[in-house]
Design a protein around this ligand. Structure first.
Ligand SMILES: Nc1nc2c(ncn2[C@@H]2O[C@H](COP(=O)(O)OP(=O)(O)OP(=O)(O)O)[C@@H](O)[C@H]2O)c(=O)[nH]1
Ligand SMILES: [Mg+2]
Ligand SMILES: [Zn+2]
Length: 315
């Protein structure tokens, strides 16, 4: 006679890493291989902060069922995450979790280089506490590469690594591949800057979708629709994310923004007010440093723009 209670014994739980997320399903890399899972409904209800409870990179516990699919039953605490605010809305979306470094890809042309966007991305990376690496792609489109010297110098002086690449000439690809080795890296940047093309250059058999930038608008078409974690031959994973049109700065108090500008940090303790936002306050060491040319005026201008966004978002 069968003991009916046996059928109800708790299911065995397996730990794995989410490598792909579709609307309600996700694919989890486990010691038993990649398993397709449904996300337990309660996790959607419990999620207050983000539009979806599971992101690529998440470490999760899953339970296999007699009839597939398996079930994601628990999301383990995240070490880091990269998130954005959905365009036009207030819901936040996690792009990837538990990542070591963010490869911030910008094109030097087509679409046009946007250092304001770069500063926003850097703030998000500093806030998320992962290492940012700046990749300036499509250098083959420049007649004179010396045009990039000021921007390279500015960000290198701040301590960031800046890599110049071209998927056409192959410049910088070996350097980028070495930087990716044994790390979990997220590639982020506007649509059409060449994220997928860079991954294909690093490892041709990744065969990711890549399409032409719209000639009419100069904007890339939204080619990559689902983020996924891709194992690479040299070791590690990369995350190719859908293009980011609006890179939201989220979950931040106005006074925190200055902490994410690395060059402000030495001055912060010298401002009179601990919660100084370095725009209207008196006795502000950051503003004094800008006036003394110790802090780059362009970066300070980026700062004030981001501060305005953060203030509006926290209203
Ligand atoms: N000239 C030139 N074109 C490039 C380079 N890298 C990529 N492209 C082109 O730029 C276009 C967009 O490249 P993708 O790799 O699809 O861009 P993406 O960042 O993945 O875009 P989304 O998936 O939409 O976010 C394609 O037509 C590529 O061939 C480069 O180094 N030089
Ligand atoms: Mg792509
Ligand atoms: Zn100040």
């Amino acid at each position: 006679m069968t003991d009916r209670r046996l059928a109800k014994t708790p299911h065995e739980q397996i730990q794995g890493r989410v490598v792909r997320v579709d609307s309600r399903m996700c694919h989890v890399d486990t010691p038993k291989g990649t398993i397709s899972c449904r996300v337990r409904g309660i996790l959607f209800k419990q999620e207050k902060q983000f539009s979806r409870p599971v992101a690529v990179g998440d470490e999760v516990l899953i339970e296999e069922r007699q009839t597939p699919p398996a079930l994601v039953v628990k999301i383990l605490p995240r070490r880091t995450y990269l998130a954005r605010r959905k365009a036009g809305g207030r819901t936040r979306q996690i792009i990837a979790a538990n990542i070591d470094q963010a490869i911030m890809v910008l094109a030097v042309a087509n679409p046009q280089l946007n250092p304001r966007l770069l500063d926003r991305m850097l703030v998000a990376a500093e806030h998320g506490e992962f290492e940012p690496i700046i990749v300036l792609n499509k250098v083959d489109l420049l007649i004179d590469q010396a045009d990039l010297t000021p921007i390279c110098e500015l960000y290198r002086t701040l301590g960031y690594r800046v890599v110049l690449t071209s998927t056409v000439s192959g410049a910088g690809i070996d350097e980028l591949r070495l930087l990716l080795k044994d790390k979990v890296s997220v590639l982020t940047g506007m649509s059409g800057v060449g994220k997928s093309a860079l991954l294909t250059s690093i490892q041709p058999d990744l065969a990711l979708p890549s399409r032409q930038v719209s000639a009419a608008t100069g904007k890339g078409k939204h080619t990559t629709t689902h983020a996924s974690l891709i194992p690479i031959e040299v070791g590690g994973y990369v995350v190719d994310t859908p293009g980011i049109r609006e890179f939201g700065i989220i979950d931040m108090e106005p006074w925190e923004v200055g902490h994410h500008f690395v060059e402000f940090r030495p001055y912060l303790s010298q401002c009179r007010f601990r919660t100084c936002t370095h725009d209207h306050e008196s006795h502000c060491a950051v503003k004094a440093a800008v006036d003394a040319d110790e802090i780059d005026a362009y970066r300070y201008d980026s700062y004030t723009r981001i501060l305005t966004t953060v203030r509006n978002e926290s209203l």
